[in-house]
Design a protein. Structure first.
Length: 305
């Protein structure tokens, strides 16, 4: 499809879009899912003013605040993630960057996790330089996570303390450092379907490897605490459009899948998703692992039939 044709997907009947997306997914993937788990390695006191984030110091959410976890704590978290069935383990920190000492702790942690546990390690550590990203790659990190969050047009509506171009540059630097890139965003912040399509088209242009789709969970104390949630249909349509645009990229349903999709989670995977986060998120709890394992079995049956 031409870029101008993607907007036609907004108005097509939902099951036509799902069917199209499912065909695209089947052309590139089996019914297997990529399962990831993350650790909130450093929480709160972030200088950035992202309206959706409970960890921003500009917001007033009641969350646990703590400095960067120790190497031992991060290694233990990776061990738990591996035992829980995750193929990838993400180390996530609050803030737009890290100190040199914090980077050293993360590098040592990544090196030990890679050697002793044998799980793929990802980092979500802010706007790091190409030099530091290369050092993390040398330590054993294989993928860097840095969401663009939304379209460039809508971005000033959710963040004012840094530019959209900074996020794009970090993604390019991670790629140039030899790291795979995981980048997506959040839907349900008041953006239009055109914004979502523009976000997907840019991710395609940047040739990212994995795309997490988060569904806004309004958190008390944030700028979006009173926002009306988007419909289940809009979530499913968005996932399908992302699959159609991004074709052979991994698409993961992340935060918000439990609350916004409820009993329709499996439909999100029929609509093109082929990965998900397990074991909870940063400041929002997920479902039990048993519930997620049952969902994985259900999805595999549906997506392989």
């Amino acid at each position: 499809m031409e870029n101008s044709d993607f907007k036609k997907l907004i108005d097509l009947p939902i099951f036509e879009v799902i069917s199209y997306a499912d065909k695209v997914r089947r052309a590139h993937f089996s019914g297997d899912l990529e399962l990831c788990s993350i650790v909130n390695a450093k929480s709160g006191c972030c200088s950035e003013d992202c309206k959706f984030c409970a960890q921003s110091s500009h917001n007033f959410s009641e969350i646990e605040v703590y400095p960067l976890k120790t190497r031992e704590e991060l290694v233990d978290a990776a061990y738990i993630a591996k035992n829980n069935g995750a193929q990838r383990f993400g180390i996530v920190s609050s803030g737009n960057t890290l100190t040199a000492g914090e980077i050293e702790t993360i590098k040592k942690s990544v090196n030990q996790i890679t050697k002793d546990i044998g799980i793929e390690v990802c980092g979500s550590l802010g706007a790091l330089s190409r030099v530091v990203l290369s050092e993390l790659k040398s330590a054993g990190m294989t993928r860097y996570h840095h969401n663009i969050e939304t379209s460039e047009r809508f971005y000033p509506s959710i963040v004012s303390t840094h530019k959209f171009s900074q996020r794009v540059q970090t993604i390019k630097d991670a790629k140039l450092s030899g790291l795979e890139v995981c980048s997506g965003g959040i839907i349900g912040m008041g953006e239009s379907f055109e914004d979502r399509i523009d976000m997907a088209l840019l991710l395609k242009e940047l040739n990212v490897d994995s795309v997490p789709i988060n569904i806004l969970v309004p958190i008390k104390g944030t700028g979006f605490e009173a926002i009306d949630p988007i419909s289940c249909n809009d979530v499913i349509r968005t996932i399908a459009i992302f699959r159609i645009i991004l074709e052979d990229k991994t698409i993961k349903i992340a935060a918000g899948r439990e609350t916004m999709l409820n009993d329709f989670q499996a439909l999100g995977f029929m609509a093109g998703a082929n990965g998900m986060l397990i074991g909870g998120y940063l400041t929002v709890k997920g479902r039990s692992l048993d519930s997620d394992y049952r969902l994985v079995k259900e999805i595999k049956k549906l997506c392989q039939s």
